[in-house]
Design a protein around this ligand. Structure first.
Ligand SMILES: Nc1ncnc2c1ncn2[C@@H]1O[C@H](COP(=O)(O)OP(=O)(O)OP(=O)(O)O)[C@@H](O)[C@H]1O
Length: 272
């Protein structure tokens, strides 16, 4: 059996008294899309940051195609090699894009760093096309673009590195619903075209339903439920997953019933 694209085993991370990530394990197959869902504070972002290498685990391992990423990288070359394995797209592209750097210059810099020796011009044209930005956008500064266009630039920059895995942390949360749908469609097209693997960090079950094959549900640092997305959403096993699903507003939705269900779940856990 070949090694899976991404294999996370027994990840733990504590901040003071808080067990932010507690024995988290999951696998992402080649070309797969896995959602990590949970409420604010459940440990999703900390898990993502460890996977990408922005934070260190107290215990556990992260392997990409069998290669361990847990130890500190040896030097610049290893750091760059790791960055070529996994790229991350954040919620707010405005914060991650330099306001003084044009779209073309952002992509040129990334290519120079990660793909030296390739002619950047045709690659930049291809990247802009791939994320649905015309070449006219090439000269634009971030502030001249809409939120959706900026997120397309952030995705193009990540793809320029040709990573095996893209980690998307609430990547569409700041966008209007119609723009969200466009970006999610774009990401689905890119996955079909490139066989890249996605790790989607989101509190939004609609996003999970739309773009993931598998899902893990996190609560207080632990995985409380996992499986095929369609199965988990159709027939959630855990009371917390049901609560997350019931928390999505819809016609006839009763916020008081959600409050009561949450209190019942907490009481059943603490025995009060
Ligand atoms: N650098 C840090 N220092 C101290 N505590 C932290 C740190 N990072 C995260 N935590 C704590 O760890 C827990 C998990 O946080 P994390 O951000 O991973 O959750 P999350 O599910 O991504 O929530 P959100 O969607 O709000 O970011 C929270 O209790 C948080 O306060």
């Amino acid at each position: 059996m070949p090694d899976p694209l991404l294999e996370v085993r027994g990840l733990c991370r504590t901040f003071g008294e808080v067990r932010a990530v507690d024995e988290v394990s999951f696998t992402l197959p080649d070309g797969g899309s896995l959602g990590i869902v949970g409420e604010s504070g459940s440990g999703k972002t900390t898990t993502a940051r460890i996977v990408v290498g922005l934070d260190r685990a107290d215990a556990g391992s992260v392997r990409v195609r069998g290669q361990d990423r847990t130890a500190q990288p040896g030097g610049r070359a290893e750091r760059l090699a790791r960055a070529r394995q996994i790229q991350m797209v954040f919620q707010d592209p405005y914060l991650s894009l330099d306001p003084r750097t044009s779209v073309e210059a952002v992509l040129r810099e990334t290519l120079k760093l990660h793909r030296p020796g390739t002619d950047p011009a045709p690659r930049i044209r291809k990247l802009l096309d791939q994320v649905g930005l015309g070449t006219r956008a090439a000269d634009a500064l971030p502030r001249e673009l809409s939120g959706g266009q900026r997120q397309r630039v952030a995705i193009a920059r990540a793809l320029a590195v040709e990573p095996a895995i893209l980690v998307l942390d609430e990547a569409v949360a700041a966008l209007d619903v119609s723009v969200q749908a466009q970006i999610l469609n774009l990401l689905a097209d890119i996955r079909a075209e490139t066989r890249i693997g996605y790790l989607f960090i989101t509190h939004d079950l609609g996003v999970v339903r739309c773009v993931t094959d598998d899902v893990i549900v996190m609560r207080r640092g632990r995985i409380v439920e996992s499986g095929r997305t369609a199965d988990v959403l159709a027939l959630p096993n855990h009371a917390y997953t049901r609560l997350l699903m019931d928390s999505v507003p819809r016609p006839g939705w009763d916020p008081h019933a959600i409050g009561a269900a949450r209190r019942a779940l907490q009481a059943s856990e603490t025995g009060t």
